[in-house]
Write a protein that binds this ligand. Structure first.
Ligand SMILES: [Zn+2]
Length: 222
């Protein structure tokens, strides 16, 4: 039974990882000071802490269907509250928007009309907040294969969300002050690799191929 495995995992966590990192958890109980706001899809195949090898306390994570950030002032305030809290209260210096290959939300976005009856809430979410991406893809890439179109939609959606982030006053202010950086990431499930948007080249490139520290051109907006 799947739940049995989940409970076994909790016990295993407590007996091994927690037991071996007691000091870290005691320190974390005093407060959090994450480095990064990590925004990604709810998809079960992505684990932000796993793919970045981050211990508890390093990533402030916001997830939803399609790693979508409604523009400032839009009706959905959940994402706005998370962004405001991470930037204003926690003072994160980096925001990563991470999309992923085979994203069901982006596949749904490309055929959004068919969702209106079967999944009205998903339809409403994608229709409201994904239309800019959908329109861009449909209008500009009429002759692409379905697989290629999905990849383009996933990448363009990430870039659209970066632009949406910039509509938040607290983000805009920190960008102007140079105390906040935005990063567009794309995670590929089948290879485990991460690509980042290189603003100078106007395309996503493998993160592994970049030297560290990550150079400025990887920052979409500064
Ligand atoms: Zn997804």
């Amino acid at each position: 039974m799947p739940l049995t495995r989940i409970i076994e995992g909790v016990n295993q966590f407590h007996d091994s990882y927690f037991a071996n990192h007691r000091e870290l958890f005691e320190e974390l109980s005093q407060g959090q000071s994450p480095d990064v706001l990590f925004i990604t899809c709810s998809d079960s195949r992505i684990d932000p802490c796993l793919i970045t090898q981050s211990p508890p306390g390093r990533l402030f994570v916001m997830r939803n269907v399609g790693n979508i950030i409604p523009t400032y002032g839009a009706a959905s305030i959940t994402e706005a509250a998370a962004i405001e809290y991470a930037v204003q209260a926690l003072g994160v210096k980096e925001i990563i928007v991470c999309g992923h290959s085979h994203c069901g939300a982006m596949r749904g976005l490309l055929q959004v009309g068919s969702l209106s009856e079967t999944m009205p809430m998903v339809y409403s979410w994608l229709r409201t907040h994904g239309e800019a991406t959908r329109r861009l893809v449909i209008d500009n890439y009429p002759n692409e294969t379905a697989d290629r179109l999905l990849k383009i939609a996933i990448e363009q959606n990430i870039l659209t969300q970066i632009e949406n982030l910039e509509t938040y006053p607290v983000v805009r202010s920190r960008l102007h002050a140079g105390t906040l950086n935005l990063h567009a990431w794309m995670y590929e499930i089948e290879t485990g690799s991460v690509s980042v948007f290189d603003a100078a080249q106007r395309k996503f490139a493998l993160l592994e191929q970049h030297s560290f520290p990550v150079p400025d051109p990887l920052i979409v907006t500064s």
